[in-house]
Design a protein around this ligand. Sequence first.
Ligand SMILES: [Fe+2]
Length: 195
Amino acid sequence: MSDFPELNGKTRDDAWAVITEWIQSDSLRKHCLSVETAMRAYAERLNEPVEAWGILGLLHDFDYERYPTVEEHTRVGSAWLREHGWPDWLADALLAHGFDENYPRTTLYDRALYAVDELTGFVGAVALVRPSKAVADVKVSSVTKKLKDKAFAAAIHRDELREGADEFGVDFHEHIGVIIEAMSANAEALGLAGS
Ligand SMILES: [Fe+2]
């Protein structure tokens, strides 16, 4: 049951409080912030509700540190959100971001989330092997080159990155550029401003 983009009075600060309560890992917090950053950038580009998309990005993995298994991740978080007054659409979107075929990606924000989720991590990884360690110095071509290097960030499935962009309806190269630009604009918070 969708009530998008209602936030039931919840704010970005409330979402951040959830993150700091549930996630102790700095890298997982930064992952959530990176996905938020990319979701906000796409919402702006597409004239979609920026707060709603951003909060979805921020919260999408909030239960992962405590419930990392395929059976529990997103299910526990989704139920918790509903119990704590967050809107249904957000709880549903959490489920759709998992890999359960009972919860397909049906909305534009579902597809946006899937398209940016792993790619932000990959772009961050490319930034950290630049001499400057700054995401602003990452070029689209350096990302595509690293995508061909199977040993680099091997846990990130290349086919899922492309599938995500296709499903979202964006050109893959342009998509990488949007992510780099968005992350560069928020590099300090993401720990990718350079050394
Ligand atoms: Fe994620």
